[in-house]
Ligand binder design. Structure first.
Ligand SMILES: [Zn+2]
Length: 228
C-alpha cells in the first residue's frame, strides 16, 4: 500500500460518511454501489450450490474481466478462511477475479495485519459482508487441541497458531474436533464484531454483517452458522 494511497483513504474517510463514503470510496468507479449483506450471502450460497452440484460457471475469469478489474476492485465479500489447500474460497463459492477479498491463515485465525486488511477492505472498497470460514478436519485446530491437551508446545512459530486457537479449545474441552472448529469460527466472528473503531460501529448501523461458516471436505457444502 503506497503512502499516497493511504493518505487519499484517510482524506476520504474524514470527509464522507455512511453510504456517501461507500459509493465514493473508489475514484475509478464513483457510482459503484456496495453489495448488501443479504445479497452477498445469496451470491455465496448460489456459488457453493453450483460447486457442490458440479455445475461450476467459473464467472469473472475472462480477459474482459481482468481488464475491467485492473481499473479498480469492488469485491462483494471478505472471506477469512484456512490456508488448507482443499478450501480455496474462489473455487468453493464459484467466483472469479475481483469478487472476493480473501485472508487465509491456518485455522482461519486473525492477527493485527489481517484485521487491518479487513478494515481497509470495509472502508476503502465498501465491502459489507465478512464470512469466517472453518472447515471439517482442520489440521490446525486438531494440532492445537492435541498440543494443549498434552500441555505441550508446538515448534517454532506454529505455537502462535496454538495460542490463537486456544480459546476455542478451552471452551470445548469435552467436545469433539467439529465442536472446537465451530467454536473457533465463533471466536473469530465475535472478535471482528467487537472490533473498534471501524467494524463494530458499522455492524451497529447495519452497514456490515459478520457471519460464520463451516465447509465440509466430504460434500463441498458450506453451512452458514450464524446469519445475525
Ligand atoms: Zn484448516
Amino acid at each position: 500500500m503506497k503512502k499516497a494511497h493511504v493518505a487519499f483513504c484517510l482524506i476520504v474517510m474524514g470527509s464522507l460518511s455512511g453510504n456517501q463514503f461507500l459509493r465514493a470510496a473508489d475514484p475509478a468507479h464513483p457510482d459503484q454501489p456496495a453489495v448488501a449483506p443479504a445479497e452477498a450471502i445469496s451470491k455465496l450460497k448460489e456459488g457453493n450450490g453450483r460447486y457442490t452440484s458440479g455445475s461450476l460457471q467459473h464467472p469473472s475469469q475472462t480477459t474482459e474481466r481482468r481488464t475491467e478489474v485492473a481499473k479498480g476492485q469492488h469485491p462483494f465479500a471478505i472471506i477469512v478462511s484456512c490456508s488448507d489447500s482443499r478450501v480455496p474460497p474462489e473455487i468453493v463459492f464459484d467466483q472469479g477475479l475481483g469478487d472476493l477479498f480473501v485472508l487465509r491463515v491456518a485455522g482461519n485465525v486473525i492477527n493485527d495485519e489481517s484485521r487491518g486488511s479487513i478494515e481497509y477492505a470495509v472502508d476503502h472498497f465498501g465491502v459489507r459482508l465478512i464470512l469466517v470460514l472453518g472447515h471439517q478436519r482442520c489440521g490446525a485446530v486438531e494440532a492445537a487441541k492435541e498440543t494443549i491437551a498434552a500441555k505441550g508446545r508446538a515448534p517454532a512459530h506454529i505455537q502462535s497458531l496454538v495460542t490463537a486457537i486456544k480459546p476455542a479449545v478451552e471452551s470445548t474441552v469435552k467436545g469433539d474436533l467439529d465442536a472446537t472448529i465451530k467454536a473457533n469460527v465463533d471466536y473469530v466472528v465475535n472478535a471482528l464484531r467487537s472490533s473498534e473503531p471501524i467494524l463494530k460501529p458499522k455492524l451497529n448501523s447495519g452497514d456490515l454483517q459478520v457471519i460464520g461458516g463451516y465447509y465440509s471436505l466430504d460434500t463441498g457444502a458450506v453451512t452458514f452458522l450464524d446469519e445475525k
